[in-house]
Design a protein around this ligand. Structure first.
Ligand code: AMP
Length: 288
């Protein structure tokens, strides 16, 4: 049976209200669609841990900056429905922009602002991005109601910000972080990988390789932050098709505070780089 697709807030509220009234738990996987196995891993986890799984598909204009790829962002609802259903979703919530933002393109009058966690890394290069993310995630949480919500570590800074938002604003939601799903060559799965030519796809594997080698170097005893950053930058510089990264940051994995010159504790190394038309993110955990 084809999976149900709901496109209004009222209908989704009715559905989840009914599910909860029967004593069933709700799992929620927010996405921008063009689903891949990274998304499917979140859906499978939600299906294993909750009774009724909602996958939202909404390309949120608020989180795109001027000149970014809002219009080009890949979309394929039919294929998304097949992937979501196969992974165990019960319903797709696919509102149009007018349903989420009735006055669009007029700006919302009331929005959320992401705080200090949103200032560095992605926030430095996409200054309005995380405000758009927290605003749409807050709306989605209000629409879906109490649930377990699944997010990928692929967007590690986003996961930290959404976790903080949920605590700070007391949303009745449990945030679950899930590991990064990768291609065989190590490249993190991303809807934006569709923009890559096959040469770019091969070249982009340097991002994970350089992170992995850096994590191994740290685990073998190297403690100098700049040595590690230089190692990553040098290995990426070898690939002509990969731009100089926007940033390579080593941070405390729970606070996102930049690591000091002497590395210690549980760390996350994060980077972003342009490869052809795609701006790609990746990160890795390591311990010093
Ligand atoms: P997006 O559709 O890009 O907004 O992603 C929706 C959710 O899927 C976010 O929580 C992402 O972090 C997560 N996600 C995207 N790619 C991956 C991946 N390769 N592995 C795990 N989770 C992912």
């Amino acid at each position: 049976m084809p999976i149900a697709v709901v496109d209004t807030v009222a209908e989704l509220r009715d559905l989840t209200g009914g599910v909860r009234a029967q004593g069933s738990s709700v799992g929620f996987v927010p996405t921008m669609g063009f689903l891949h196995d990274g998304h499917a891993s979140l859906i499978r986890a939600a299906a294993a841990e909750t009774d009724f799984v909602i996958v939202s598909i909404f390309v949120n204009p608020l989180q795109f900056g001027e000149g970014e790829d809002l219009d080009a962002y890949p979309r394929d609802l039919e294929r998304d429905c097949e992937i979501a259903a196969a992974a165990g979703a019960d319903v797709i919530f696919a509102p149009n922009v007018g349903e989420m933002y009735p006055n669009y393109p007029a700006e919302l009058d009331v929005t959320l602002a992401a705080g200090s966690l949103a200032k560095s890394m992605e926030g430095e290069f996409r200054p309005t991005h995380f405000d758009g993310v927290v605003t749409v995630v807050a709306k989605l949480f209000n629409i879906v109601g109490p649930c377990r919500a699944y997010f990928g570590e692929k967007d590690f800074q986003q996961l930290a910000i959404v976790t903080r938002m949920t605590q700070d604003l007391s949303f009745p939601v449990v945030i679950v972080g899930m590991p990064i799903v990768r291609e065989a060559n190590g490249l993190a799965l991303s809807s934006r990988n569709k923009y890559l030519s096959s040469d770019e796809f091969d070249a982009a594997s340097v991002l994970y390789r350089s992170l992995y080698n850096a994590a191994v170097t740290i685990e073998n005893g190297e403690r100098n932050r700049d040595t590690i950053r230089d190692q990553i930058l040098h290995s990426i510089a070898v690939e002509a098709l990969v731009s100089t990264p926007d940033y390579v940051e080593i941070v405390d994995s729970s606070t996102l505070e930049p690591a000091g010159q002497e590395l210690k504790g549980n760390l996350r190394i994060l980077l972003a780089a342009q490869v052809g038309q795609a701006r790609l993110l990746d990160n890795i955990a390591t311990t010093a």
